[in-house]
Structure formats: C-alpha cells, structure tokens
Design a protein around this ligand. Structure first.
Ligand code: 13P
Length: 340
C-alpha cells in the first residue's frame, strides 16, 4: 500500500511559490540544445552544464524538485558530491525520468507509444537507492487530420497507469505526463477536446490500476492553439480554456498539476501560469515543471564557458523566481526588469 510519505512528497513538490525544474533531457535532446550554442555533447560538457544548474545559489527558494536523466542521477559535481545529494542537501527533491521514449506505434501511422515498462520495477528500486523520490513518464499525443486515435490514447494511458502503480509500490511519487503537442494548425477548441479525452482516459486507467491519487502529480500541456493556427489566443483565453478543461476531467483529490512548457517562450509560459493562479482557488495546486522555459536563458548565457557560470545561474534563478511568483498568481512583467 502507498505510504503517507508519497502524499507528503507530492504536496511538497507543489508548495506555494515553488515548482519543478525539468533537467532530464535524453542524450538526443541535450545534443539539440547544445547544438544551438555550438557545444559538443559529451559526458564532461553535460556534467558541467548540469553542475551549473544545480549549484545555482538559492535555487531552493523557488524550485521544489529537479527531474534528472539516468546518466545525471549517477553523476557528481567536480568535488565528487553526487548531484542527487547536492539537491537534497538544499531541500530540493531529486526525481528521475524513467520512460524509454515515445516510439512509432505499429499500425497507427503518425502516432507514438511510450515504452519502458520492462524491468521497471528493478530500475525503480535502484533509482530510489540513488536518491530519487519522484519519477516521470511522458507520452505524446499528436493532433492531425485523423489523429489521435482512441487506441493510441488508451494504450499510452494504460502503460502510464502501470508505471504509476509500480512507482507507488517502490515508494516513489509518479508524475504522469501526457503531452498534447502544439505542432499543427488546429485551433484551441480542438486542443481542448483532445486534452480532455486524454485526461479522462488517464484517470480512468489510474483508477483501474488502483493508483492512489493523493500520491501522484499530473504534468501536462496547457490548452493552446497549434503553433501554425491562424487564430492565436490571448493569455487570459489560454488560462481560462486550460482551467475549464482540467476542471471537467481531473479529480480534485490529486495534489497538483504541473505544466510543461512544450515550446512556449519563457515569458509566455510564466504569464499563462500566472493568469491561471490569478483566477482564484483551484482544487489542485497549479505549478510548473518547465524544461526549456526555465533553461533557455541560462543555456544561452552559459555557452559552454566556465567564466559564464555566474551569468547563467543568475538567468536560471531569475526565471525560477518569476515562475515561483506565477505559481501564486503574483507575477508581473515588472519583475522581468529585475534580471541582472
Ligand atoms: P519542456 O518544458 O521543455 O516542454 O520540458 C518539460 C518536459 O519535461 C518534457 O517532458
């Protein structure tokens, strides 16, 4: 049976003023991020980059947890202290990405199914020993003319529920992450429909798999028009559409929903989260688990140079602070002027 520790960890990840830093880029994804700053991705450069992020002074003021990649949870700072220990000493909860990626789904052209259940029980046991107290599993749902199919949605949420049950058995809080992608020219209404169908399927699968909602977090997309849609939406339209769809489909017993940034600009992602929290009280904490929206200014300032570490850390701290304020509906664009 899930322990009370699970619900404590889940609640602590969405405390007021704080959210999650997603730093779990796989080898392929971190290479893409490094390509933009002309840095070759090697074990050493990945270590240096992540050490810069995790040793940011006062990061714990606004960051409750960090999602790590398999290589990263086994890495240490140059002084030999494991990254997971650096984080937990600051009061930041270490987490781990455990899925093995979204692969083309046989028989369903254009759709993807996330793999990674084989051997997961054993891997979770090892990750717990290494310090992980929460985990993440991401599925992607792609909008196209005739997709997503209900088979793709249900296959993904079923696998996600099996993952969540294994996490709770291991004493690890599962973050379930269905991401409806922003790619395409669909409008915001279509994103709302697909997101609602996905969340309904997910919570049904979680219920069937006897997953304890109090010891779980949902990480998901905001309800947005596709990137190529002619009719883009205002900050308030996005906030209202997202909250409406979530209220229709997500049970109130779950402690929190953390958004991914998914290609939104750093300031956009902050403004939209802020608008949702400024609407008033919600049944769950609404917070962030951003990758790019937190890291982009920092990686651009870093450029692979040790001499740029203080500037990069300032940039990360600034975005964490702005998003921490947005977590409580207290952000204003004036805060952007404080960036040094
Ligand atoms: P982005 O915020 O860059 O979308 O990353 C979040 C994440 O963890 C995706 O799985």
């Amino acid at each position: 049976m899930p322990t009370p520790e699970l619900s404590d960890v889940a609640k602590n990840l969405v405390l007021a003023g704080k959210g999650i830093l997603a730093a779990d880029e796989s080898f392929g994804t971190i290479q893409k991020r490094f390509d933009r700053i002309d840095v070759v991705s090697t074990e050493e450069t990945r270590q240096a980059y992540r050490e810069m992020l995790f040793t940011t002074p006062d990061l714990e003021q606004h960051i409750s947890g960090v999602i790590l990649f398999d290589e990263t949870i086994r890495q240490a700072a140059v002084d030999g202290t494991p990254f997971a220990e650096i984080l937990s000493k600051k009061g930041i909860i270490p987490g781990i990405k455990v899925d093995k990626g979204a692969k083309p789904m046989a028989g369903f052209p254009g759709e993807r199914i996330t793999e990674g259940l084989d051997g997961l029980r054993e891997r979770l046991g090892e990750y717990r020993e290494l310090g992980a107290r929460f985990a993440k599993w991401r599925a992607v749902i792609i909008i196209g003319e005739e997709i997503p199919s209900s088979v793709c949605i249900n296959a993904n949420t079923f696998a996600m529920a099996r993952y969540a049950a294994l996490c709770q058995e291991a004493g690890i809080v599962p973050i379930v992450e269905p991401e409806v992608l922003m790619d395409g020219d669909h409008d915001i209404g279509r994103c709302a429909k697909v997101s609602e169908s996905t969340w309904v399927s997910l919570f049904s699968a979680l219920h069937q798999h006897r997953v304890m909602l109090e010891g779980l977090l949902l990480k998901t997309n905001m309800v947005l028009p596709g990137k190529k849609c002619d009719k883009q939406a205002s900050v308030d339209e996005i906030a209202e559409a997202t909250v409406r769809s979530l209220r229709r489909t997500v049970p109130p017993d779950m402690p929190g929903i953390v958004f991914l940034s998914g290609g939104q600009g750093p300031i956009e992602a902050t403004e939209r989260l802020n608008a949702m929290n400024a609407m008033g009280d919600h049944p769950w904490g609404l917070s962030f688990s951003y990758g790019r929206a937190l890291q982009q200014p920092a990686i651009n300032a870093w450029k692979g140079e040790a001499s740029n570490v203080p500037a990069a850390q300032n940039a990360l701290f600034h975005r964490a602070k702005c998003n921490g304020a947005a977590r409580d509906g207290k952000y204003s664009v004036e805060m952007e002027k404080q960036a040094s």
